[in-house]
Design a binder for this molecule. Structure first.
Ligand SMILES: Cc1cc2nc3c(=O)[nH]c(=O)nc-3n(C[C@H](O)[C@H](O)[C@H](O)COP(=O)(O)OP(=O)(O)OC[C@H]3O[C@@H](n4cnc5c(N)ncnc54)[C@H](O)[C@@H]3O)c2cc1C
Length: 258
């Protein structure tokens, strides 16, 4: 089976993140990691390859630095990678990103594409549906469980109050939540092997994409305003003068916590 996993490099959400003057995320100075949900997608792709005997190809669109994340994902066990790299891509909106990724995916012709349900930076959560539309394939989104057999994929689609069982024919794109599995850590052997695994780099010209339709110039949306999160307010301190219990209950009632 030809399995593709989409991997996006993002600024670590556990570290300080900044916006640049033009309202885009400062990726250069950020601590860069694989988008958390994509680690689960990689694990699911590897498990599927183990059971069906296929190969896992990683696909990423991002700057030079995204190579770090590709190598990490390869060290987890993926077989090869395709990196869409072009200076004109900086500032691409979700529509442009999906256009470029769809072109890249067409060069691979996957049976199944697995990706995260959302990224921790853009958090658009729309790429899987956009790609399904562009590629005219099945979209199975928000999976907490995936089964593939007899040319179709079945997911348990995670909801706030339960789950739905949804089935569709391959080729399909499946987006996953962090409830689907427990991603493996790269082994020392995996890290060594990753250094020699093939990574193909494609530019916009290779993909026949007009540079004016991507990047800041071709963006369908723009950040028109942004403001830092307000600093945290100091908490309420209750000093026990024999009435701390009453004060605590008063506070909880006032905050409608009880
Ligand atoms: C005006 C504007 C400027 C922007 N400038 C930039 C910029 O310069 N650089 C930048 O990186 N982003 C930029 N973004 C954000 C970028 O458009 C989104 O990150 C992108 O469209 C995907 O949205 P998402 O990450 O929220 O996807 P989601 O739909 O939340 O992601 C779902 C899954 O799709 C996959 N995926 C998403 N993006 C990629 C990718 N690039 N490669 C491989 N897989 C992917 C991942 O598996 C991810 O888990 C900009 C957005 C706007 C509105």
């Amino acid at each position: 089976m030809n399995i593709v996993v989409l991997v996006k490099q993002v600024p670590d959400s556990g570290a300080e993140r900044q916006l640049t003057a033009d309202g885009t995320i400062d990726r250069e100075n950020a601590t860069r990691v694989i988008n958390e949900m994509d680690e689960y997608a990689i694990e699911e792709g590897l498990r599927l390859a183990d059971t069906t005997g296929g190969e896992v190809t990683l696909v990423t669109m991002g700057p030079d630095e995204a190579t770090e994340s590709i190598r990490k994902a390869l060290s987890m066990g993926a077989h090869k990678a395709l990196h869409v790299l072009d200076p004109a891509l900086h500032g691409s909106c979700a529509l442009a990103t999906s256009r470029v990724l769809a072109q890249a995916l067409q060069t691979i012709n996957p049976d199944i594409i697995i990706c995260g349900a959302e990224s921790t930076d853009g958090r658009v959560g729309a790429l899987p549906a956009m790609l399904a539309e562009r590629l005219n394939i099945t979209a199975l989104t928000g999976a907490r469980k995936l089964t593939v057999e007899d040319g179709s994929a079945t997911i348990e689609r995670q909801l706030d109050d339960g789950y739905q069982v949804v089935q569709g024919s391959l080729p399909a794109i499946v987006s996953v939540w962090d409830t689907i599995n427990e991603p493996r850590y790269p082994s020392f052997r995996g890290i060594m092997q990753a250094k020699s695994k093939p990574v193909t780099t494609l530019s916009l010209a290779d993909l026949n994409v007009d540079p004016s339709t991507v990047g800041s110039a071709g963006a369908s949306t723009e950040v028109v305003q942004h403001a830092p999160r307000p600093p945290r307010q100091a908490g309420v301190k209750i000093v026990d003068e024999g009435d701390a219990g009453d004060k605590l209950v008063e506070f909880l009632l006032a905050e409608k916590l009880v």
